[in-house]
Design a binder for this molecule. Sequence first.
Ligand code: LLP
Length: 417
Amino acid sequence: MSQFSYLNGSLHAEQVPLTDIAEQIGTPCYVYSRAALEHQWNTLDQAFGDHEHLICYAVKANSNLAVLNVLARLGSGFDIVSAGELRRVIMAGGDPAKVVLSGVAKSRAELEYVIENQIRCINVESIAELERIEEVAAAAGTTAKIALRVNPDVDAQTHPYIATGLEQSKFGVPMQDALATYQRAEELQHIEIFSIACHIGSQITNLAPYKDAVNRVLELVSQLSDIGISIQQLDLGGGLGIDYQGESPPTAEAYVNTLIDTTRASGINLPIAIEPGRYIAGNAGVLLTTVEYLKHNSSKNFAVVDAGMNDLLRPSLYHAYHEIVNVKEHPENKPSVYDVVGPVCESADVLGYDRHLSVQADDLLAVMSTGAYAFAMASNYNSRVRPPEIMVDGNDMHIVRRRETLEELMQAEAVLP
Ligand code: LLP
């Protein structure tokens, strides 16, 4: 069930017409639905039934404070990749005891900050990092709870830029080094072994790679148990895909059942943590943009819009497909084929190729499925201010980030004396 649907020929977010938001706020502008975020989180939570679990929303997907706050109110945990993300979680009312830290290059300062805040678990990616955590925890006079993030070497069958579980990837500890790394962890005084973690990639639309990865992780859990190292939680990462273009990803229920059934089938019954980002936020947001001009040459029609690759990078970086629709339906007009292009001075600044649209200058368009990895990856390229973010809640709209100003863009800079 989508929270973005047409009512009387006009696209709404929950009960609010998107035309109202564009009129009040201007474009480009991101619009999120609180109900959509909550619905997605709840489907995962309910799918676990009475199996002990923790949903750690991947903050990187959409780190707006209001988004984090809506999820924190549901009792969510969080998966973070930086001190900055922990700061946001705390600001938004999240509980550090439900936070896991991932990332390949955790700095000393970052480790100090997360250890001081006593987060739930640090997912470790190398022996060198383990030694650094030991040092930082010792200096703080405490112990740090860790998981080893192992690299199960499975093909997630997704875009190469977002596959992370293959042997050649920079992420995780290779399976063959995992036992020795856990043994090293056991020797360290200020490290407490808590969990085992893996994450194989993102926008995964097939359950087989999950099953393979979980089986490899479980094999390791039993090898660890044989040498007297006990694991208290499985962190099975994120990655569940969403429907951008008619994909049929597994349901939350099918996904969670695969995780639980695979685990139980091996006789291991541990609490499970997952780190979903896109599944929760992806279809909970749209990007509103206005057509500035229509332009034609001998081979193409262009709809030149006011949102560009600095606002939404996914199409340029991953050739990602986002549906683009008219906010006000024009059923009487015959559509033409357009490339929807932005204002940025790059040929890659295309939000969508060959789209069938019936548009005129000044029309309002919605770029769909832009709740995840959209604003979060926005930049100021071309000295463009980043767009505002609005959260709709029933009949109400809230500005959860106002539009940046040009002054803010330059305030950290200085000219020579
Ligand atoms: N956990 C870890 C350790 C991760 O690296 C990621 C995503 C997640 C969880 C969340 O994955 P999700 O459930 O959202 O698939 N910018 C790319 C996606 C990069 C994903 C990076 N890691 C995109 O726009 O498609």
